[in-house]
Write a protein that binds this ligand. Structure first.
Ligand code: GCU
Length: 407
């Protein structure tokens, strides 16, 4: 017999749990006014997520430079203008960089609203466009279409269906993406990526309450936003952040910390993302910290098998977007990500939205398949598994149209 806890895939086996109240401060003070939320409870929650889960960002870099690598106003058959821009985070040659792939629609008046998010396998994986540069990131053994830890031409367009670039552009949005591995390779090793730029003399890995990999990826999203704020063709007040799976967890943490993102979309972010930890359905805190010890800060490991001791749960992460619109998408067969736990977290973020004068989800009954809910908190569940599909994008586009573009 193994002493590993069984993974729960049966609703009847979900333990009874009580969620912490987003509207009660740690010292017991109830939050009755928007001002108390803003000035006391919100900062307190950010600190709790920093200290116990994602880790704090250990400071600011005073260096960032951008370099335009390519620009073409007739990309994707004339639909878009493509720019490729390299962000440098250090003056040192060979220091970490992040390549942004930017498509802006040609047939709308600029500045354009944009969708942004990190990708798993390099910018060239996002479309079939032959001009997109192949990422120079280091990838772990066994990653898709990688040889000697480097991405190859074979990966071009492999994630095109997950990004739907033509569809997004056709609806009048730009698309801005970068590869997460350039910020920090996705392995339990803190000697590479951006972490070392922040080390104190003699430090070789983050302290127990300092950022793991997700914190570093989220930091990168904010640096992308810095760049977008300076691009006159981009409407920086209308940037919707989207992330899938581990990059959905990342999008939520970036959106919680950086209120410049006007809307945040989590696709199948599951454990450590939108799904409630206390339900222990599918992936648990213990399993995620064991399989991916580098994603969260070391303090988070104290909650392995002890979710009820957490001073927060994931509905509170979603509530940190308020009053900005937040959307959660699940898939019926993606049980590992706990679709019901994702829905319930979105529902239980509602009181914060209501305090701020916005509508949360209307009830704790899950909607049927392909019946998107579009309040200030949005949600849909579709058939199928762990993926981002054309249908998901149609829902994201409708939501963002309604909440931040047409409003
Ligand atoms: C694993 C992991 C999930 C994560 C997913 C992904 O399945 O357990 O937490 O979301 O990878 O990023 O695809």
């Amino acid at each position: 017999m193994s002493d590993k806890p069984e993974i729960i895939y049966d609703e009847a086996l979900v333990p009874a749990y009580e969620l912490p109240d987003p509207l009660v401060c740690l010292d017991g003070t109830p939050v009755k006014e928007a001002q108390t939320w803003r000035e006391t409870r919100r900062p307190e929650l950010i600190r709790l997520f920093e200290e116990h889960m994602f880790g704090r960002t250990p400071g600011w870099l005073d260096y960032q430079r951008s370099e335009v690598l390519d620009e073409d106003s007739r990309a994707l058959g004339g639909l878009a203008t493509r720019k490729q821009v390299r962000l440098h985070f250090s003056p040192a040659l060979g220091g970490p960089t992040l390549d942004l792939l930017i498509y802006l629609p040609n047939d709308i008046k600029r500045p354009a609203p944009v969708f942004t998010g990190l990708n798993f396998a390099g910018n060239h994986s996002v479309t079939h466009d032959p001009q997109v540069l192949i990422s120079e990131a280091w990838f772990p053994e066994g990653w898709w279409n990688v040889e000697n830890h480097q991405a190859t031409e074979a990966g071009r367009g492999m994630a095109a269906s997950q990004w739907q670039a033509e569809r997004v552009l056709g609806r009048g949005y730009g698309l801005v993406t970068a590869c997460y591995a350039e910020l920090d390779p996705d392995v339990d090793d803190f000697s590479n990526g951006i972490h070392p730029l922040f080390y104190q003399p003699g430090q070789t890995c983050p302290a127990v309450d300092e950022w793991g990999a997700i914190g570093a990826w989220a930091w990168g999203l904010s640096r992308m936003m810095d760049y977008l704020e300076g691009d006159p063709d981009v409407d920086a007040a209308r940037v919707a952040l989207m992330g899938h799976s581990r990059l959905g967890k990342t999008a939520l943490w970036a959106g919680a910390q950086d209120e410049r993102f006007a809307a945040v979309i989590s696709n199948a972010s599951g454990c450590g993302g939108a799904a409630l930890s206390r339900r222990r359905f599918g992936e648990t805190v213990g399993s995620i910290n064991t399989a991916f010890p580098h994603w969260f800060c070391k303090n988070f490991h104290a909650f392995n098998g002890q979710e009820e001791r957490m001073p927060f749960d994931q509905h509170m992460l979603l509530s940190l977007m308020a009053p900005r619109p937040v959307y959660v998408a699940s898939a019926a067969e993606d049980l590992w990500a706990d679709p019901r736990g994702e829905f319930l977290a979105a529902y239980h973020a509602g009181p914060v939205f209501r305090l701020l004068g916005e509508e949360g989800l209307p009830s704790d009954e899950m909607p049927g398949l392909r019946q998107p809910l579009r309040n200030r908190v949005g949600y849909h569940i579709r058939e199928g598994g762990h993926d981002v599909t054309e249908y998901d994008w149609d829902c994201f586009l409708d939501f963002v149209d309604e909440k931040i573009v047409r409003e």
